[in-house]
Ligand binder design. Structure first.
Ligand SMILES: Nc1ncnc2c1ncn2[C@@H]1O[C@H](COP(=O)(O)OP(=O)(O)OP(=O)(O)O)[C@@H](O)[C@H]1O
Ligand SMILES: [Mg+2]
Length: 449
């Protein structure tokens, strides 16, 4: 469909003249004789707005401020002879360009074509970008590897069922991300409540989960709801379930089986309707074998099992995440960051012990280090620049202390090389103090340049 142009002009003659000229070019043209008349319809689907800023009874400049908030189309200004200053101010407020009456028809046609062409180009680029990411994202969770696609398929299938889910995987792979996804797609009306079983001491964890009545123990000055009750009709994520002690595991088992809880200090049973998702970076089967995790609880909690593989085993996802994070930076700062081919290669080949979380952090730091609009190998953290792959062969006949010293010396030499011998900058690069840099330089007999 052809583009829609709106004209706001009080002079009937000029209006007619513009309408005819632009219709002749194949555009759909709508015109209004006053700003109020346009506002009363406020058509946001307009592609270009041509407006006289000297309309009677109206402050044209504040109208532009107003319009910029309401529509995103470019604005061309028509101004009377001798009021060019006004037009310049309009441009500073965001108008695209201006014409002085009498309007030179050929120039107008060319400018309209140019402005609309540019707008279309920008829209096409935005669309392309969006498609690129939506095709590699499942409701906001990124991934295009076969492993992630399989996970997305599972999530889709089980989200609306009330089955318990156990999500396993190394730290930072995105377990919480998947738990969140399941909740969002579950259509459960209640909240998603996360309980971190690792960071809360056992005694507190119990009251955190089940709540307590006033006076249940010293310090229980008033009643407090547990996370299980807060998540009623929603989802509870038991984060790091592998850290839960056996006595609490036993209590949890009863809750999972009966779907009812007792607040501490009360014997009243309360029915709760919660979907339970657990996550862990431990191998629970090993924990069971060692007698640290109850197998009956394990089976109850893992009606569905989802394993999120480490990032190093899905480098396609690393690529997608990388582009998404970089374009995210672009949005924040207005600059679109690129990454050089060799830096991308380096990241692809890296082992990512901290998985996606580490990737995001590395890119954030690199974006800060980066001076132009392209991240290069030099902007990456040191351990990603050089080949500090610890080849145990190299160190096999040394003591641990000797091996560490050798690596330390190599990293310091590299950092000094990179900073043209500046000890201060090298220390900063390595994240150590100047004093400790100085100490090591002496220790390893590194000569100043
Ligand atoms: N597939 C993904 N798409 C988008 N963001 C992701 C993805 N996977 C992980 N992330 C992001 O990486 C970070 C770490 O993910 P998350 O917290 O889910 O990891 P985790 O497996 O729960 O780690 P931990 O075991 O340390 O708790 C978060 O900022 C998360 O948003
Ligand atoms: Mg987590």
């Amino acid at each position: 469909m052809s583009e829609k142009i709106v004209i706001i002009e009080d002079d009937g003659g000029v209006r007619f003249f513009l309408e005819e000229a632009l219709r002749g070019e194949g555009y759909r043209v709508f015109s209004y004789e006053s700003y109020e008349a346009f506002l009363s319809k406020l058509d946001r689907t307009v592609d270009l707005l041509i407006m006289d800023i000297n309309l009677p009874g109206m402050d044209g400049l504040s109208a532009i401020d107003d319009l910029k908030k309401k529509i995103i189309a470019p604005i061309l200004i028509i101004t009377a002879y001798g009021t060019k200053k006004n037009a310049m101010e309009a441009i500073s407020k965001g108008a695209t360009d201006f014409f002085v009456k009498p309007i030179p028809l050929d120039e107008l046609k060319i400018m309209v074509r140019r402005v609309l062409g540019k707008k279309r180009l920008i829209e096409e680029i935005d669309l392309l970008k969006e498609e690129q990411f939506t095709s590699h994202s499942f409701h906001g969770v990124l991934g295009k590897s076969e492993q992630m696609k399989e996970i997305f398929r599972t999530v889709e299938k089980i989200a609306e069922k009330d089955l318990t889910v156990l999500i396993t995987g190394e730290t930072g792979v995105g377990k919480e991300e998947i738990a969140n996804l399941i909740h969002v797609l579950s259509k459960r009306k209640g909240d998603l409540v996360v309980v971190n079983c690792a960071s809360i001491p056992d005694a507190l964890l119990e009251s955190e989960l089940f709540g307590y009545e006033k006076g249940a123990f010293t310090g229980a000055v008033q009643q407090k709801l547990g996370k299980m009750e807060i998540a009623d009709k929603g989802t509870v994520v038991l984060d790091e379930i592998g850290e839960m002690t056996p006595s609490l595991q036993a209590k949890l088992l009863r809750v999972v089986e009966k779907k009812e809880i007792e607040r501490l200090g009360s014997t009243k049973k309360r029915v709760v309707d919660v979907r339970i998702i657990s996550t862990t970076n431990r191998i629970l089967e090993d924990e069971i074998a060692r007698g640290r995790f109850r197998d009956d609880l394990y089976y109850r909690l893992s009606q569905i099992r989802i394993h999120v593989p480490p990032l190093r085993d899905r480098s396609d996802d690393a690529d997608v995440l990388l582009d998404a994070v970089l374009s995210g930076f672009g949005k924040e700062s207005g600059i679109v960051l690129k990454i050089s081919d060799d830096a991308r290669q380096r990241l692809r080949g890296y082992k990512w012990p901290g998985n996606v979380r580490e990737l995001i952090n590395v890119l954030k730091k690199a974006a800060i280090m980066c001076e132009g609009d392209e991240i290069t190998i030099d902007d990456l953290p040191l351990h990603l620049q050089g080949d500090y792959v610890l080849d145990t062969q190299d160190y096999s006949d040394r003591t641990l202390e000797e091996a560490i010293a050798a690596l330390e010396k190599r990293m310091i030499l590299d950092a000094l090389k990179k900073t043209d011998g500046s000890q201060v900058n090298a220390a900063r690069l390595l994240g150590i103090s100047e004093r400790s840099m100085w100490y090591r330089i002496k220790k390893y007999g590194i000569e100043a340049k």
